[in-house]
Structure formats: C-alpha cells, structure tokens
Design a protein around this ligand. Structure first.
Ligand SMILES: [Mg+2]
Length: 224
C-alpha cells in the first residue's frame, strides 16, 4: 500500500476514534473477548494474540478465533455476551494518558475535532457526555446504521458530509487498520496509534503514519 503523505498545514479537523484511542479500554475488550471464548468452549487468549488477529469485519475474525463457523443465532449471542462483559468493566476504563488535555491543545491551535466510533450510537453518546467530553466535539457519531462490509468507511463519509467538512483537511486518528482504510476511502488522512487493539507491525503495514499515542499524533500535526 502506498505511503500516506499529507501536508500537516492543510489539516484543520481531527476525527477521533474512541475505543483504543481516546479510551484506554484494552483490558475490558480482552475480558469480553475471553467471555465469548468461554461461552464457545475456547481457551482464553492473551492480549498479544488478540492484537495479532483482531480485524474487521468482526464475524470472520471471531470465527477464526473460535476455530469454527457460527451457526444461526450464534453471532448474536456472542455479541450480546461480549457487550454485557464489556459493560461490567467499562467504569474501570480511564481516558488514555494525555486526554482530554490533548483535545484542549488542538482547539487552542485553532483546530476543530469530532468523534466517530463503531460502537453503537446509543451506547456511545451518554458515555462521551458522562466523561465530560461532548463540548470538545463538533459532532459525536457512533454506528448509526449497518453496512455490508462492517467498515468505518461509509460512516466516516456520512460523518464528514453531515458537517460539510472537506475530507482533504481531515486526519482520522484511530488504533486499527480499518481506521486507515476508512480515512483513505473518504479522502481523508490517517494517523494510527499503537495504544489500542492492533500491533505496530500491522498498523505500519497500512503505510500510515504510526505513533505511540494521541498526544504524539497531535504533536505530529503540530510539527513538534
Ligand atoms: Mg478503536
């Protein structure tokens, strides 16, 4: 894949990912994955293993993890089990180091920012509010509709169009390869952080700029 190059001076807007990017929820994700493993009789996995296999679309990813295809209704059961396990640990998830200071910093420099997550919209909106973050964002979108390919790409197109933002001026900061794919599909630019659910070598394979954290991502945009 081609190296993503863009002039940081052209960037006026950041679209932030939530899980694994602004929210440090890796342990809750892993616990929920392992709850699904237990439900289907599979041994638990370690974080390094999950970061080496996690991908979208989710169904074939979980089928690979579990070593067999889902039968009718099983994916829905897996999703529900994942969600209830994740919810139990959600209150123990802290914002990633440097958040929300990094949001203030980007705004101080004149930039705007919004939030786009693949978590369900109804789940996401109260979370952002409870953490006192809503005012930072021009728009907060979770997954509002289902798409054939289970990618963030169509959601990003919708998210930017609703705000009348030129994608060429946008950087999407996220933690998985689908964030890079979505940015490119929408005509925006990706920066990927290694703090989330995908290993550095897999992120670098996308040809995107890869940094350690949201703070480092904004520093790169500021030329620091
Ligand atoms: Mg994420």
């Amino acid at each position: 894949m081609a190296e993503t190059t863009f002039d940081r001076h052209d960037i006026t807007h950041i679209v932030w990912d939530w899980n694994g990017t602004l929210l440090n929820d890796n342990h809750a994700n892993l616990a929920a994955v392992n709850a699904v493993c237990e439900l289907f009789g599979r041994d638990p996995v370690e974080m390094d293993h999950w970061r080496s296999v996690f991908r979208r679309p989710l169904i074939p990813c979980y089928e690979e993890l579990l070593g067999r295809a889902f039968e009718d209704g099983e994916w829905e059961r897996a999703e529900q089990h994942y969600d209830s396990s994740y919810q139990q640990l959600l209150s123990s998830c802290e914002l990633t180091v440097g958040v929300p200071d990094v949001l203030h910093e980007w705004a101080r420099g004149g930039g705007t920012q919004s939030l786009l997550s693949m978590a369900s919209h109804d789940h996401l909106v109260p979370l952002i509010s409870e953490r006192g973050l809503t005012a930072h964002f021009t728009r907060v979108d979770g997954r509002r509709f289902r798409t054939q390919h289970d990618s963030k790409a169509e959601h990003l197109v919708h998210h930017l169009r609703e705000q009348d933002i030129d994608p060429a001026r946008v950087v999407l900061i996220g933690d998985i390869d689908d964030d890079a794919h979505a940015a490119r599909e929408a005509g925006a630019h990706p920066i990927l952080v290694t703090s989330g659910l995908m290993s550095r070598d897999r992120l670098e394979a996308t040809g995107s700029l890869v940094v350690d954290s949201p703070v480092a991502a904004v520093a790169a945009l500021r030329g620091a």
